[in-house]
Write a protein that binds this ligand. Structure first.
Ligand code: FES
Length: 293
């Protein structure tokens, strides 16, 4: 078994599930204002915020490790360590917000990831204190120990993204399976008014669910799997969110602007893939834009 394959075993273990539930509720209670959660998810950005923020501590601490090896550069290393510590706090908050809205396998590994990062952060804070007290040797020992643990924890975070698709757009994955042909969604009059309907497009040998909304003569069609965790958008609702008509996911309440698919409310941070529409003899035709023109 590969080293990171062991993490899949960990993700299957229910050993710490009793701690995960209360931790999840505590995070959700602490981040209760929806606007704060959306800020931390990256909903406003149309991209998960956590992987962007973590670049700062990872880059700063790695660079500090190199500069610490050069005696005259050690003051610069201390500045970099302080920068990493300062940004690690909002990065951790962003990660916690995402973690609290993920499936159980991701939450299990996420607990390990968070524990590693907390230890690493503590070591770096200890390193700053030691350096401030003139104990540079101890400060370097603590920061190198922090770098080792932070690197291991980053590998776990990478596994959560690459192997467990945490933060990935599940809609984009479904969209890649869709063929480039125009899809016949049936007569306009068969679509219900103001609520999503299920239609399907061809994706090789499988059907790709689509969520189709009719507002008068206007039709909006989206990949049916929610970008957050593949929730069935065709079983959702149409609601006004922040002044715009949105398609709302029935699983965790993410809202996507019907006009452009951008997330207007999280936990989704990725947009929902939208199909282009044309009418043909009273029938609604759709396909993903940019395909096989
Ligand atoms: S699957 Fe989570 S909001 Fe849609």
């Amino acid at each position: 078994m590969s080293l990171l394959g062991i993490l899949d075993r960990v993700a299957d273990k229910a050993t710490f599930d009793k701690a995960i539930g209360p931790a999840q509720r505590a995070v959700q209670a602490a981040l209760r204002p929806q606007a704060l959660r959306d800020l931390l998810h990256g909903t406003w950005l149309g991209h998960p915020l956590h992987p962007i923020l973590v670049q700062v501590p990872v880059g700063s601490w790695t660079s500090a490790g190199l500069l610490d090896a050069i005696p005259r550069m050690r003051p610069a290393a201390t500045v970099l360590i302080g920068t990493g510590v300062a940004v690690a706090v909002p990065a951790a908050m962003s990660g916690a917000a995402d973690w609290s809205e993920q499936g159980i396998g991701v939450r299990r590994l996420g607990l390990l990831h968070a524990a590693g990062n907390t230890v690493a952060l503590g070591l770096y804070v200890g390193s700053l204190v030691a350096r401030a007290r003139g104990r540079g040797g101890l400060g370097r020992v603590l920061s190198y120990a922090g770098l080792g643990i932070a690197s291991g924890s980053a590998a776990i975070g990478g596994h959560m993204s690459y192997a467990q698709s945490s933060g990935a757009s599940h809609a984009a994955t479904a969209a890649r399976a869709l063929s480039s042909d125009w899809i016949d969604l049936g007569p306009l009059d068969d679509l219900p008014e103001g609520r999503p309907a299920l239609r399907t497009g061809k994706g090789g040998s499988v059907d790709v669910p689509l969520a189709v909304v009719r507002r008068g003569t206007k039709v909006d069609a989206f990949i049916g799997a929610c970008s957050h965790l593949s929730g069935p958008l065709y079983e959702g609702s149409v609601e006004q969110v922040r002044g715009t008509d949105c398609l709302v996911c029935p699983w965790h309440g993410s809202a996507f602007d019907l006009d452009d698919g951008q997330p207007r409310r999280g936990p989704a941070a990725n947009p929902q893939d939208k199909l282009e529409i044309r009418m043909q003899a009273g029938r609604v035709m759709a396909r993903l834009p940019g395909r096989d023109r």
